[in-house]
Design a protein around this ligand. Structure first.
Ligand SMILES: Cc1ncc(COP(=O)(O)O)c(C=O)c1O
Length: 378
């Protein structure tokens, strides 16, 4: 008997929307030219890029020349960090301990090269304090990098407060807004952001496409020297169908409308599994995200059992050198290794229903009963 498949991992990737696939198809077929070519075929492709650049800029409150298209959020973060820092004298970078690896890893590279990296810990709710940023800015600080919303817990970070401080101190400010797009309002002027990273596949666009907003007047070194595309900030022929798909996805999924679903899920979870803990439950979170742990159950085991029952969810652990590592986000929040290991993340999307949420809780209860009876604990 085939199981009903329920996809509840939209923070990992949100399935592409039909309108996105249609826009990509159209761009691939009818705008096949190289956007750098001067002839009609090139101009058709260039038009798609120009229009998309304008749409993104308007959407986030930037100037159109500020948008650099990339291969995703990871490249956007790397371009901001290495592109900016390689044009500065070595100094200090302030970030948080809960950033995505695409921020943490490039900063480790800078650290190896002699830079000082300050990784601020969040409070127990997973929120970084703007005061901590102020306390750590000194005359050697070249960059502050903070995510707008955390990918695991959904916790919203105080980017507008931090941006105001950075602007006052004359420190460059990078916001990783990959998980905020479609989930919170983005206004780069309000954030006083100098760099903002975005990714298409978190909002129903294609995988492998993203953008970096670079505030006008700031100079970054390109990481892929070549033909000088994207105003010499990111060489390489642009992914025109991908960018067309990204633009088609912009503003289409309203993740904020998913709050009643997420809250309904958590209410059911607390009713049926009273010892479950929801992380960042009492702070402002992205409305589609719920990260929780069920004591005594390994997240990985749960994930596999849920997979067999048709549910696609994420566990809080990450694989490194074949070992399952507990989530660095939960550890930084002061959660025990055991709790971190038993955590799961559910992230709802446009096709999710209350039936999915209720069925997931029912399945969790069933799995727990089964595992406990197998262990002879019942
Ligand atoms: C907060 C955050 N930043 C950056 C990225 C990387 O984006 P991409 O998958 O487009 O490289 C992700 C992806 O999960 C993310 O959640």
């Amino acid at each position: 008997m085939s199981v009903l498949r329920r996809y509840l991992d939209h923070n990992a990737t949100c399935p592409p929307l039909d309108s996105v696939l249609a826009a990509m198809d159209k761009a691939a077929i009818h705008a096949f030219g190289n956007p750098s070519s001067l002839h009609w075929a090139g101009r058709a492709a260039r038009q798609i890029l120009d229009d998309a650049r304008e749409e993104f800029a308007t959407f986030i409150g930037a100037e159109s020349g500020a948008i650099v298209f990339t291969s995703g959020g990871t490249e956007a973060n790397n371009l901001a960090i290495h592109g900016w820092c390689s044009a500065q004298k070595p100094g200090r970078v302030i970030t948080s301990a809960i950033e995505h690896p695409s921020i943490l890893r490039p900063l480790e590279c800078l650290e190896t090269a002699g830079w000082e990296i300050i990784r601020l810990r969040p409070d127990k709710n997973g929120v970084v304090s703007a005061e901590d940023v102020v306390a750590n800015i000194n005359e050697n600080t070249r960059l502050v990098a903070l995510m707008a919303a955390n990918n695991e817990t959904g916790a919203i970070q105080p980017v507008a407060e931090v941006g105001a401080i950075c602007r006052e101190q004359g420190t460059a400010f990078l916001v990783d807004a990959v998980q905020a797009l479609g989930k919170t309002d983005i206004d780069v002027r309000e954030w006083n952001a100098d760099f903002v990273s975005l990714s298409a596949h978190k909002i129903g666009g294609p995988r492998g496409v993203g953008a970096l907003m670079v505030r006008r007047g700031l100079k970054i070194n390109e990481l892929t020297p070549g033909g000088g595309q994207e105003r010499k900030r990111r060489s390489g022929t642009e992914n025109v169908p991908g960018i067309a798909g990204f633009a088609a996805a912009l503003g289409k999924v309203d993740f904020t409308a998913l709050e009643p679903l997420r809250d309904g899920f958590e209410q059911k979870l607390h009713e049926r599994l009273p010892d479950a803990t929801v992380f960042s439950e009492n702070v402002s979170r992205t409305a589609n995200t719920s990260m929780f742990c069920v004591p005594g159950m390994e997240g990985e085991t749960l994930l596999m059992q849920l997979d067999l029952a048709g549910f696609a969810v994420a566990s809080g652990s990450a694989c490194s050198s074949g070992e399952r590592e507990p989530s660095h986000v939960l550890l930084a929040m002061g959660t025990t290794r055991e709790q971190s290991r038993s955590s799961l993340r559910v992230s709802f999307g446009p096709s999710s229903t209350m039936d999915d949420a209720v069925a997931l809780v029912d399945e969790l209860v069933r799995i727990r009963e089964r595992l406990m009876s197998m262990a002879g604990a019942l």
